[in-house]
Design a protein around this ligand. Sequence first.
Ligand SMILES: Cc1ncc(COP(=O)(O)O)c(C=O)c1O
Length: 358
Amino acid sequence: MDTLTSIPITRTRQSRITALDFDHLVFGATPTDHMFTATFRDGNWQNPQIVPFGDLTISPIALGLHYGQTVFEGLKAYRATAGHIQLFRPHKHHTRLNKSLERMGMPAVPEALFIGALHHLVELEQQWVPAKPGTSLYLRPLVVATEPRLGVKISEEYLFIVVAMPMADYYTGNLKVKVETGFSRAARGGTGAAKCGGNYGAAFYPAQQAKSSGFDQVLWTDATYHEFIEESGTMNVFFIIDGVLVTPPLSDSILDGVTRDSLLTLARAGGISVEERKISYKALEKAFRSGKTVEAFGAGTAAMVSPIEVIDILGKTYYPSVGPDTLMYRLKNELQALHTGTKKDSYYWNYIIQTVPQ
Ligand SMILES: Cc1ncc(COP(=O)(O)O)c(C=O)c1O
């Protein structure tokens, strides 16, 4: 079974959609009318339902609030130019969710539950899926430990929720980043490849320091040598050096980005040379200094393809190419064309939701 065939729905009495300004969407601030919830108890996921969006009741001694058993995902539903709605690669997001859950000692979410939750929520909230270029409905699945008791132990109870919110561009301009050689995001054997809350909490302070120096984000380096570039904020990192697309190989300290995988696939299919290899900041500096053409960008579901226009390496500033005729824009356009259905979906990445009159 690919989806849950039906889910009980309690509809909101008063939709908030009329108050939404579709021309000025702010990321994360305007949840749709409803949310999906299911609970894990006695070894099983149960009680899947869609209810009006609202506050949760959770015990102050819920384990997840104290010991960090929280895992999330982020994916998007797009309004295709043909009018229907499509989710981008939900099955790959599901695989990653379960990989993260396993790393955090949490129970897997069955595929039918995950896909069914997304399908029914998006179908219900179809009016919230914006149509303007660059917009989408962002979907945030979250699993959190809810067993009400203290003690450093694996929880036996969980909540799985999915909330949705329309969004436009996550970053509106090009990015300025600083290579981080002091703080670490993720160590070998740690949780870097899991999308768990703690990874983000631990990154706030270094990112805040970088922001106070005028940067948008840090470019994380490996935790052992602080030399090899890993990723940035909520993005995987790519360079295009003299026409070759280079990105760090996946490891247990890098998130297996769905956008990363999609761009690599599109680049290979489009005849672009691709290298998944370690790249040190020293090698990057050398490329800049030797006059090679360097493009740099971050890639992620929320950020899409975000050009990097400034890289600070140990106090020296380098300027990657960011013009509209760069290769990264070709890749970005191809990916966007898949999202909105103007390019043939040869990889069957899109999960189609037909809109129905409501
Ligand atoms: C740490 C981190 N790296 C990379 C990514 C990009 O992954 P994706 O393309 O699946 O959104 C994200 C966003 O989910 C992230 O949080």
